[in-house]
Design a protein around this ligand. Structure first.
Ligand SMILES: NC(=O)C1=CN([C@@H]2O[C@H](COP(=O)(O)OP(=O)(O)OC[C@H]3O[C@@H](n4cnc5c(N)ncnc54)[C@H](OP(=O)(O)O)[C@@H]3O)[C@@H](O)[C@H]2O)C=CC1
Ligand SMILES: N[C@@H](CC=O)C(=O)O
Ligand code: NA
Length: 434
């Protein structure tokens, strides 16, 4: 039995720094829970002068050469927290090739190369853990891989991006502009180093790729996800939603229908105010899972930020240390054994909200209604807002369920219809009454 398991940490930014703090501050308890001491021996950094004083005070070795970690026989676990796809993917592969267990929070890599990394870890009988990659501090990866493994899962949906949830909350509750809300989220350490991945829905799409793959035991990649971000959501959509009894949230939604196949989407959704996800605000994330045995289960907590994410990473480290101490590594594989079957767009059905800028004159509604009718789209309600400028008015239309194919075709027609000046926004509506 080892006295100490040593770690090589790649990256010492927001989350890497948090891991150092948690492992040091909770050292004694962690050693008792893990079965032996856990120590960060070497940290890979590009520029040591960037280290913050709260991290520098711990007595840790630093290097700018990955080989110092890969070739150190004392290091058993490599914790990758540099982010982005390259060179993180190559570093993870190199660590596994050198016989090191890997812990990461990198959904960018998992959403593109998860399948091959699971296979490499399994071949080498090594642990490959990534709880921090989805939902930050919320336990969701381990529940899907272990606690819920007895279920056939039909749906995983939730708020999986802390930055955009924080922004939408601040825009809704404090009337902040989009730009100021983003600045605040960045200052709090929630946003990715390139925040376009957050606001364009790509970060959420990576997470729903990982969740859907584990839930449906199928290797999805980012290309399988239809993505729309919050960059087109305007303050007026948020206030119309409020008027209609809804709240706007950016959701990742993956469904597995045995007949039609898998759908995986990220888009802003209007949720009824009494929906449990509607009151999940600020940086909080929440993930709903529906399994045939468990029914509905919801996991909620802080989805981003230094210590919440470090909490998940440290949980993975402790689990790996236990496996090392008990010679039980590589037990849980990716389990991606089902062949992928995606649902065709004509079978994917959701209700929709449209905000259109139109000419305010007779016949306009009829022209729009006939465009919808041509695509078998049924209108549930229409609200016309007072003229906003030069003979123009805003039309808010909510439809019953429409297929993604019909939606795309109707949008093409609306965009060239002379009476429609602009299709301002289109949101999905999650409402069991529609
Ligand atoms: N922040 C969060 O709330 C969450 C983050 N994550 C994930 O955790 C990971 C880390 O994120 P986060 O800590 O926020 O990111 P940061 O940008 O804060 O930290 C990344 C660190 O890695 C360093 N780095 C980048 N490339 C290299 C390299 N080639 N060699 C050595 N060091 C390198 C960067 O150094 P430099 O400053 O020199 O660029 C930086 O210090 C990402 O995969 C992210 O998606 C997951 C959940 C939540
Ligand atoms: N930028 C991400 C960080 C966690 O994954 C987010 O905002 O959720
Ligand atoms: Na998590």
């Amino acid at each position: 039995m080892k006295n100490t398991v040593k770690i090589g940490l790649l990256g010492c930014g927001t989350v890497g720094g948090g891991v150092i703090i948690v492992l040091n501050e909770n050292k004694e308890d962690i050693a008792r829970k893990a079965g032996c001491a856990v120590e960060v021996k070497t940290v890979l950094v590009r520029d040591k002068s960037k280290l913050k004083p709260e991290i520098e005070k711990y007595n840790i070795g630093y290097t700018d050469n990955l080989d110092d970690i890969l070739n150190d026989p004392e290091i058993d676990i490599v914790v990758e927290l540099i982010g982005r796809v390259h060179p993180a993917k190559e570093y993870i592969e190199a660590a596994l090739q050198h016989g090191k267990h890997v812990v990461t929070a990198n959904k960018d890599v998992l959403a593109e190369y998860g399948k091959s990394l699971f296979a490499l870890a399994a071949e080498k009988q090594l642990d490959f853990q990534f709880e921090g990659a989805v939902g930050g501090g919320i336990p969701i990866i381990r529940p899907l891989r272990s606690c819920l493994a007895g279920n056939k899962i039909s749906r995983v949906m939730g708020i999986v991006n802390g930055t955009t949830n924080y922004m939408l909350t601040r825009m809704t509750e404090a009337g902040l502009s989009y730009e100021n809300a983003l600045k605040e989220a960045q200052a709090k350490g929630y946003a990715e180093s390139d925040p376009t991945a957050d606001v364009e829905g790509i970060d959420a799409a990576r997470k729903i790729t990982v969740l859907a793959s584990l839930a449906f035991n199928t290797a999805l990649t980012l290309k399988d996800v239809h993505i729309e971000g919050i960059d087109n959501v305007e303050a007026c959509d948020i206030s119309y939603a409020r008027e209609l009894g809804y709240v706007v949230k950016l959701l990742g939604v993956a469904k597995n229908d045995p007949e039609n196949g898998i759908t995986a989407n990220v888009y802003p959704v209007m949720l009824p105010k009494n929906h449990p996800l509607a009151s999940v605000n600020d940086v909080y994330n929440a993930i709903y899972v529906n399994g045939d045995a468990v029914g509905d289960a919801m996991f909620m907590g802080r989805g981003a930020g230094r210590l919440p994410t470090a909490s998940a990473v440290c949980g993975d480290i402790i689990d790996t240390v236990r496996n090392i101490c008990h010679n039980a590594c590589g037990r849980v594989s990716g389990n991606l054994f089902v062949e992928k079957k995606m649902c065709p767009p004509e079978k994917e059905m959701e209700p929709c909200y449209f905000r259109l800028l139109v000419n305010d004159r007779p016949g306009v509604l009829a022209a729009i209604a006939s465009t919808f009718a041509a695509q078998q789209m049924s209108i549930a309600s229409v609200i016309q807002k007072a003229v906003v400028e030069n003979g123009l008015a805003e039309l808010i239309i909510i439809t019953y369920k429409v297929s993604r194919l019909s939606l795309d075709l109707s949008l093409r027609t609306l965009q060239v219809l002379p009476v429609v000046k602009k299709v301002c926004s289109v949101l999905r509506v999650e409402d069991p009454n529609l």
